[in-house]
Ligand binder design. Structure first.
Ligand code: GZL
Ligand code: ZN
Length: 331
């Protein structure tokens, strides 16, 4: 029913020669009614991870695969995501796919989607909603587990250390599941070892520019001088910004210098890891498109998809890496 209505709407807009052309392909055929329409709200393009995640979605939700993808980039603002979801509801899309920028603030707009009978799939981070029936499925990473992989590496690397292990913690977007999980793991580690010392906690917002700015400011402040053993970066773009600031301020990174820990393990970070500049890269898999499409297919077939699906992830040090392995990775 919904598709017929949408097709009629599209046909209508065609009748008025609408510029959007959304309803017809290049040969001007009438809109193809049996495409499944996906309204997708993406956080933004703040990081290499995010770009790979968007590409993974666009590669699978194609017309050849039977989809019309309405893709919205929220430029890292939750209000833009909420506006996009309301537009998708008006357009009566078949499914809404939401990569929520932060965990809170989604209950009412997801309630509106539920009342419109449009299933919502949460991808990557989580939305912290009272009523779990507000989303049909969640597909993402276990960020606490990622953080614990990093903390156990730190335990091994600093097991013999008698004097304080001096740590700078640079966080991702405040309130995002990735930040919350990766932060919780480090806080567990620091609470469990009295010789682990937190020097500073900075907000890098998952971007290189912001991190370079806040790290340079910290390192050139009076309290910022002195030994640094570990910089715990909650994603690769934070690590790149920290690396640049550290080296500019005279802190060599890698063996014998500052140990940089990062999350995502994009090719750029793995290359720095192979070179020895980054000590540990914890993988966070952005290639979620196929898993999201699996959930859509399940619901199209009247089946109930898994409520929570977590992707497999590992951690890399320089010893685990070769040029060939890095080249062979998809992101
Ligand atoms: C993690 C994702 C995070 C990445 C960052 O799944 O939410 O957001 O770690 C990205 O690179 O910006
Ligand atoms: Zn749950």
């Amino acid at each position: 029913m919904r598709r017929m209505l949408l097709a009629a709407l599209l046909a209508g807009s065609l009748a008025f020669g609408s510029a959007c052309g959304a309803g017809a392909n290049s040969s001007g055929d009438s809109p193809n009614e049996d495409l499944t329409v996906i309204g997708m709200s993406q956080v933004g393009a703040e990081s290499d991870w995010r770009v790979a995640n968007s590409e993974s979605m666009k590669a699978v939700f194609t017309e050849e695969n039977g989809y019309r993808l309405l893709f919205d980039d929220a430029r890292q603002k939750q209000e833009n995501q909420i506006t996009a979801i309301r537009r998708f509801i008006q357009q009566q899309v078949d499914y809404i796919v939401l990569m929520p920028i932060s965990e809170s603030g989604w209950d009412s707009v997801l309630q509106e989607a539920k009342e419109a009978g449009i299933p919502v799939i949460l991808v990557d981070r989580m939305a912290d909603v009272e009523d779990e029936s507000l989303y049909a499925a969640h597909i993402g990473s276990d960020f606490l587990r990622e953080g614990r992989l990093a903390v156990s590496w730190m335990e091994d690397a600093f097991r013999e250390a008698e004097d304080p292990v001096r740590i700078i913690h640079i966080q991702g977007t405040p309130g995002s599941t990735a930040q919350l999980g990766r932060t919780a793991a480090l806080e567990e580690g620091i609470a469990a070892r009295e010789n682990w010392e937190l020097l500073a906690r900075l907000d890098g917002d998952f971007t290189q520019a912001k991190t370079y700015e806040v790290m340079t400011e910290y390192l050139s402040s009076p309290s910022g001088r002195g030994d640094i053993d570990v910089v715990y970066c909650e994603n690769d773009n934070i690590a790149f910004g920290a690396l640049q600031a550290l080296e500019e301020q005279g802190y060599p990174c890698g063996r014998g210098g500052v140990s940089i820990i990062t999350f995502d393990a994009t090719r750029g970070a793995l290359t720095e890891c192979l070179r020895g500049k980054i000590s540990l890269a914890v993988e966070c898999n952005p290639l979620l498109g196929p898993l999201v499409e699996e959930a859509v297919r399940a619901m199209e077939a009247g089946r109930t998809p898994e409520k929570h699906r977590y992707v497999e992830e590992q951690a890399f040090t320089g010893e685990d890496l070769t040029e060939a392995l890095i080249e062979g990775r998809e992101y």
